[in-house]
Design a protein around this ligand. Structure first.
Ligand code: BT5
Length: 310
């Protein structure tokens, strides 16, 4: 949402505040304020005009204005009912020079996983791409994926779930995948220009519409989850962890579904089997193998039954 409009919505939410006071504060005309208020109403936000000024009555459950209101941090928000891929849209915005933003959609018909795989995105899910411009070297960017995994897990814990994180980027509930993360970036070796952390979370989606091995927050729950609240919690945690790699790795370890397990990891060069013993900055998995400790920076990890260890 445009930043003036977002500011007006924030002030009305803290209101009541009169049109003239808003106009003075923002140094724009009263007519401009009316236009913004009309536009907010057109987006489904109920704003009443009381004796002391504008008052926020209700906001829609989800959508651009709902997410923008009291959003943690300094993110701009772009929301659409349907986007082929929020990561693709965020990339366009990044290439156009956008600063830190979140892009969201209610459904995502052409969502992408890693290595060209598909991410199934029926309506009701959370499809969130966080565009950041961190002061990081390219090799350190994976820490942001790890931070996002922890942020999603914390948001789910807040809802009463017991999530676990499978290295590097899957969030599981009862051993089934509920969220995945796709991180993309552009930049030079010593400094990235932008990073997009794309999070897909099966929130209010019917698990029948998901691939095998997937689950949704709907399963066994009567009421839909409040996606605005979940997105805010994710952003709050992500903001806390993104500049604190030590806390990120510690929080990841505490929630790991992978550490202590026998795993098989397919990397671009080889397949390694071993016991996952730790992760270290910026998200490197340490495997104890028959030929000693191996460090794995990226790959697909399969948890093996513990009785067929390396
Ligand atoms: C991921 O890839 O898990 C990263 C997914 C990232 C999706 C987000 S949504 C917002 C943003 N915009 C995008 O276009 N993408 C990001 P990977 O580790 O490669 O896992 C992909 C595999 O997960 C697929 O091959 C399926 O087996 C499985 N899968 C697909 N859709 C799923 C879903 N909705 N829930 C659980 N598993 C799914």
């Amino acid at each position: 949402m445009e930043s003036t409009r977002q500011h007006i919505l924030e002030r009305i939410a803290d209101g009541p505040i009169s049109g003239p006071d808003l106009a003075n504060e923002l140094n724009i005309s009263r007519a401009a304020i009316w236009k913004h208020v009309d536009a907010l109403r057109a987006e489904g936000i109920e704003i009443e005009s009381g004796p002391h000024g504008y008052v926020l009555a209700t906001i829609p459950e989800y959508g651009g204005p709902a997410v923008a209101l009291q959003i943690p941090g300094e993110f701009g928000v772009e929301y659409a009912d349907s986007l082929p891929s929020t990561n693709d849209r965020a990339r366009e915005l990044a290439q156009g020079g956008a600063e830190e933003m979140v892009v969201l959609a209610n459904e995502q018909p052409a969502g992408r996983g890693r290595l060209g795989r598909e991410w199934v995105g029926p309506p009701g899910g959370i499809y969130l791409s966080i565009l950041v411009r961190p002061n990081l070297a390219t090799v350190d960017v994976p820490i942001l994926t790890i931070a996002a995994g922890v942020a999603v897990a914390e948001a789910l814990e807040g809802l009463g779930f017991e999530p676990a994180i499978k290295w590097p980027n899957d969030v599981l509930i009862d051993d089934k995948k509920v969220a995945g993360i796709l991180t993309e970036m552009e930049g030079e070796a010593d400094r990235v220009d932008w990073v997009i952390v794309g999070i897909g979370l099966n929130a209010n989606v019917d698990s029948d519409s998901l691939p095998e091995g997937a689950t949704s927050l709907c399963v066994g729950r009567e009421n839909p989850v409040d996606r605005r609240e979940v997105v805010h919690t994710i952003l709050r945690s992500f903001n806390r962890y993104r500049n604190d790699p030590v806390a990120t790795v510690t929080a990841w370890r505490e929630r790991s579904a992978t550490l202590g397990r026998s795993v098989r990891v397919e990397t671009p060069r080889e397949t390694i089997t071993g016991r996952a013993v730790d992760i270290e900055h910026p998200g490197t998995l340490l495997l104890e193998t028959t030929s000693g400790i191996k460090r794995v920076h990226a790959g697909d990890c399969e948890h093996l039954r513990d009785d067929c260890s390396a």
